[in-house]
Design a protein around this ligand. Structure first.
Ligand code: GTP
Length: 671
């Protein structure tokens, strides 16, 4: 072993170096020249600079993560397949990240085109099935005059595909459904007169099967897009109807993708305002759709085709991704999807999608946007006109102010006081800080949402108001006080609110959208303890439908079982639960068409067969399960929704957002 030299002096240090093998290894060479030493020191300095920069980056990253996790609200969307989870996510993005949403609209074009093509192909399948039956009957009867037109695709799109009775070989994967034999169905269908015109339509529209294949390839990006199999053997865009009537339907697989980002060609980390979605692969599709527009419309508007669909008990208009009435718009060459198109589009997802939504300034009544400021000023002016005037006039009035569990109950002997407080409430609603409020006669019940500041401000305002009114302060003092309060409100809400929101819990949302079919539910578990809230989607229009993955189970029953499992889970004991009783619009349509709820839910009994009573009945059912099975007592928020209605959903989401933040603050012991 070579003799070790050291540049340091001092016994203790020397000994420590001797005992430290690392410092021995790091020693400069014994015969180092001054030039080498300068070079070495310079190199070491540079290495240290790089190392420090890396350390600094890591530290920054750690701090950012810590800061972010303080601002982040994590929400898990749960519910069976086709319950509306992805649609809620879309609504959330539309409301709180509108610039990013707008930039992505174009990318959804292929999805909507595919939805439309699938609608047409579903009808073509029914038509060709029926024509095949007719052809079989006529060939049996050996009557050449009624033999079918030869159905061979003329376009290059049908290239090489075997045809049989109007069904191309694509049918094995494309078809939504096939008829099961049924004498009654056949009899109903037999009454529908089909003519050569229908055969021509079938022939002319047959290229759409290949268009669908191309679109799926575009969206699927190879391995990503797929048809769900096994217990996910779902028909495109629909579930079986329990009482499917005479014809009954057999399901085939539904096209699905692993995530929107790959499917839509979105770039992760794209900034708001940057456009997404490339032009290329769908351009020829757009041209084909444009050229077939009249035939698609002729098919959909044909009364005999409608009668055939009815005979097949196929309510295509109730299915996911139904776009036939929008054919003229969607097949236009320059078609760009609207917000509503995207919200209604169906693109089934497999696995878990994670979406980070940073609330954009001005979105959802936040920040200093023109609209936000205008609404705050309007509120302030309303307060000035109604409130302040009333305060002055009614200076001698007495207010009885009492605190209730989630707000203040204000009983005012003079109606004007209530009007004043109501104006304050409206102002606060505009600022998004009051959850609900109601005014009955002279009572205003205000449910205060938001956080610490909100509560403090309300408390302070009402303490002052209380002493002001109850203490019989002189009118002059009232004027001063009123103006002062007015100024404080303006100051807080115009100048401080944006800061408070951008820095606080709730400024950033992470939303997990999971696949809802049974085979995917195991993937939910890891997210249970990582989220602040669960939005549970219960599609209540499906009381008469069966689960596609297990036709012996009613869809509503499956939803209730899922709910029972969720509320009974100890892991979810501390998580805020929100239930959307969804698809109320479809429920309404079903009930109006004469379908009776009590035929499928005996316990519904003789209640009125209308949306209000079904919603109430189901709300009670959800609450009963909660009471009976919850692992610990908890509050749950239930809302009746139609999440394809973006306006109404935006309001619900605002309330949900406030509720989640409030619950969080409560648990964090801020409130
Ligand atoms: N009419 C109507 N359609 C709805 C409503 N909610 C969702 N839909 C439609 O139902 C279809 C399915 O909705 P999704 O949001 O994709 O359902 P999901 O729960 O994410 O489904 P999976 O990905 O299979 O788990 C879509 O085409 C939506 O447009 C509603 O309230 N009313």
């Amino acid at each position: 072993m070579p003799a070790r030299t050291t540049t340091t002096t001092g016994g203790a240090h020397h000994r420590s170096q001797l005992s430290d093998p690392l410092s021995f290894v790091l020693q400069p060479p014994a015969d180092e020249t001054p030039t080498q030493r300068t070079a070495r020191l310079a190199k070491e300095q540079e290495e240290k600079r790089v190392s420090d920069a890396i350390d600094e980056d890591l530290r920054k990253e750690r701090n950012d993560k810590k800061k972010r996790s303080k601002r982040e609200v994590k929400v898990l969307l749960l519910g069976q397949s086709e319950s509306g989870k992805s649609t809620v996510l879309k609504n959330f993005r539309l409301k709180y990240a509108p610039a990013q949403w707008k930039a992505e609209l174009r990318s959804w074009r292929s999805v909507i085109q595919l939805n439309l093509v699938h609608n047409v192909v579903t009808i073509l399948d029914v038509l060709s099935e029926r024509l095949a039956v007719l052809d079989g009957a006529s060939s049996n009867a050996n009557t050449p005059s009624s033999s079918p037109l030869p159905v061979t695709a003329s376009s290059s799109y049908s290239n090489g595909s075997a045809t049989s009775g109007g069904r191309t070989s694509f049918d094995s994967t494309l078809s939504d459904m096939t008829f099961l034999s049924s004498a009654t169905a056949a009899a109903a269908a037999a009454r529908v007169p089909l003519t050569p015109k229908h055969r021509v339509l079938l022939l002319r529209l047959s290229p759409l099967r290949k268009v669908a294949e191309d679109l799926r390839r575009t969206l699927g990006g190879g391995a990503e897009g797929q048809f769900a199999n096994g217990d996910d053997d779902a028909a495109f865009g629909g579930h079986g109807v329990l009482d499917a009537g005479p014809s009954g339907v057999r399901k085939k697989a539904e096209f699905a993708v692993r995530g929107w980002i790959t499917a839509l060609g979105l770039r992760e980390g794209r900034k708001s305002g940057e456009e997404d979605g490339s032009e290329s692969p769908t351009d020829s599709t757009t041209e084909i759709l444009f050229s077939l527009r009249d035939d698609i419309l002729a098919l959909w508007e044909d009364p005999d085709v409608r009668a055939l669909l009815r005979a097949a008990n196929l309510r295509i208009e109730d299915r996911a991704g139904f776009f036939l009435p929008d054919t003229a718009r969607i097949t236009a060459l320059g078609y760009i999807p609207s917000d509503n198109d995207v919200v209604r589009a169906r693109l089934r997802t497999l696995g878990v999608q994670e979406w980070r939504v940073v609330l954009e300034p001005g979105a959802g009544g936040l920040g200093n946007s023109g609209l936000g400021l205008a609404s705050k000023f309007a509120g302030a002016i309303a307060f000035g006109i109604f409130g302040l005037g009333d305060v002055l006039r009614e200076a001698q009035s007495r207010l009885v102010l009492s605190r209730v569990s989630d707000g203040f109950l204000v009983a005012a002997p003079q109606a004007a006081d209530s009007r004043c407080l109501f104006a304050v409430w409206r102002w606060r609603m505009a600022a998004g800080d009051v959850r609900t409020a109601s005014m009955r006669r002279r009572n205003v019940h205000v449910d205060v949402g938001g956080g610490q500041q909100t509560r403090t401000v309300w408390g302070a305002v009402y303490r002052v108001a209380h002493s002001f009114f109850c203490g019989g302060v002189a009118v002059d003092a009232g004027v001063v006080l009123g103006v002062l309060l007015f100024a404080i409100f303006i100051f807080i809400f115009i100048f401080f609110q944006p800061l408070r929101i951008s820095d606080s819990f709730g400024a950033e949302w992470v939303i997990y959208d999971v696949g809802g079919s049974r085979s995917m539910r195991h993937a939910w578990l890891p997210y249970f303890d990582a989220v602040n809230a669960i939005i549970f989607l219960a599609p209540i229009s499906c009381f008469d439908e069966r689960l596609t993955e297990d036709p012996s189970v009613n869809r509503l029953e499956d939803t209730l079982l899922l709910w029972k499992a969720i509320v009974g889970s100890k892991l979810l004991g501390k998580i805020t639960l929100i239930v959307f009783l969804n698809k109320c619009d479809l429920l309404k349509r079903k009930l109006q068409s004469g379908i009776m709820v009590n035929k499928y839910m005996i316990s519904f009994g003789s209640r009125e067969n209308e949306v209000g009573s079904v919603v109430k009945y189901l709300k009670d059912k959800f609450k009963d399960i909660l009471r009976a099975d919850a692992s610990e007592p908890r509050t749950t928020y239930l809302y009746a929704t139609s999440v394809t209605d973006t306006k109404a959903t935006a309001t619900t989401l605002n309330i949900v957002r406030d509720g989640i933040i409030r619950e969080h603050l409560k648990h964090a012991e801020f409130v």
